[in-house]
Design a protein around this ligand. Sequence first.
Ligand code: NAG
Ligand code: NAG
Ligand code: NAG
Ligand code: NAG
Length: 180
Amino acid sequence: MAMAMAMASKLLLVLALLVAASTTEAKIPKRTNIQFYMHDIVGGPKPTAVRVAGRPGNFSSPDPIAAMFGSIFVMDNPLTVSPDPNSTVIGRAQGIYAMSSQKDEFSLLMTLTYEFISGRHNGSSFSVVGRNPVMREVREMPIVGGTGVFRLARGYCFARTYSMEQINAVIGYNVTVLHD
Ligand SMILES: *[C@@H]1O[C@H](CO)[C@@H](O)[C@H](O)[C@H]1NC(C)=O
Ligand SMILES: *[C@@H]1O[C@H](CO)[C@@H](O)[C@H](O)[C@H]1NC(C)=O
Ligand SMILES: *[C@@H]1O[C@H](CO)[C@@H](O)[C@H](O)[C@H]1NC(C)=O
Ligand SMILES: *[C@@H]1O[C@H](CO)[C@@H](O)[C@H](O)[C@H]1NC(C)=O
């Protein structure tokens, strides 16, 4: 009799746990797709990306990949709705990138936050950490987090160079974010 009661109370406990588990089931994340253009101005009187550390050498050195290896840049690049730099600015990409390949191809480690300052996502941001082999036609970088509407973000961006003038570039972004 005592044993039967102990078993019954164990059964009740298991049932209670099952009910508790089913009420905390995961929310389905929202999925947002965003497209914009980033303006990376390294040369000229008003650069948006500046080299803050590195060894002597530059992009015109005989072996530019080796010469630029170890260089660190801080950037604050505008994000616009179209490739025209004078089109509406919807945000800014701010952070640090480092020249992280010694040979074969230029590759950067990107550590950036993309913050929106107008439009639907105003005040929200997502963050990117990843490898960016800049000379490739399409680069994919992971989204590792976010704020505001992009809280708990994960996702990926495709970056394509739209145009290049000397070392200044316009980069098209196609972003997919899963978020809270
Ligand atoms: C770039 O580096 C080369 C040597 O590799 C040097 O002759 C040239 O003056 C440098 N250019 C600039 C703008 O620093
Ligand atoms: C953007 O606007 C500036 C100042 O109004 C102008 O000098 C420049 O030519 C414009 N650029 C383009 C690509 O239209
Ligand atoms: C974006 O949000 C900021 C802060 O909440 C606000 O001051 C600003 O007016 C907003 N801008 C636009 C264009 O909605
Ligand atoms: C953007 O990426 C999504 C998938 O990630 C794809 O379905 C869509 O066609 C892409 N758009 C452009 C303009 O590349």
